[in-house]
Design a protein around this ligand. Structure first.
Ligand code: UDP
Ligand code: MG
Length: 156
């Protein structure tokens, strides 16, 4: 089953929205296979956002993400990467549709509460960067029995 890396940014922690956001993923049916609160280092964040180096928002973005602890998690489920991205909404809070995390809870172009991996390849790299193998757990199929039809060769 596909995995994706999510972290709830310092504004989500400070605004006490961690529970609300995790609840959405649990209710959708994702399994949380890794979860921790961590203060990311500036060096780590610069690497994480390397694709944005040189852009006008890169420095303020780094300052924002290191400004306090984040809650990092690995979510597992069918099409996890794209489903989580849809649940997040658009990058800018004011552009995001109601019903999405950013659409319901954010207005800012920067303080947008959440990061989610944007491709399956990125997800694999980001999961490894945030979590060691022994920090990730396995679920038995019983846990997702009523999330998917598991009578076929792969979950439907
Ligand atoms: N960001 C910003 N100004 C911008 C675009 C992005 O401050 O004009 C911040 C915002 O917090 C965003 C992060 O930089 O989440 C990474 O940008 P990206 O385009 O990767 O957006 P995301 O994948 O998070 O939707
Ligand atoms: Mg991105």
């Amino acid at each position: 089953m596909e995995r994706t890396l999510v972290f709830l940014k310092p504004d989500a922690v400070r605004r006490a929205l961690v529970g609300d956001i995790i609840l959405r993923f649990e209710r959708k049916g994702f399994s949380i296979v890794g979860l921790k609160m961590v203060q990311l280092s500036e060096e780590f964040v610069r690497g994480h956002y390397a694709q944005h180096r040189g852009k006008d928002f890169y420095e303020p973005l780094v300052r924002y993400v290191v400004s306090g602890p984040v809650v990092a998690m690995v979510l597992e489920g069918k099409n996890a990467v794209s489903v989580v991205r849809k649940m997040m909404g658009e990058t800018f809070g004011c552009d995001s549709a109601p019903g999405t995390i950013r659409g319901d809870l954010a207005l800012s172009n920067r303080f947008n509460l959440i990061h989610g991996s944007d491709t399956v390849e990125t997800a694999e790299r980001e999961v490894r960067a945030f979590f060691s193998e022994d920090e990730l757990v396995r679920y038995d199929e019983d846990a997702t029995r009523w999330i998917y039809d598991q009578s076929a060769s792969e979950p439907v």
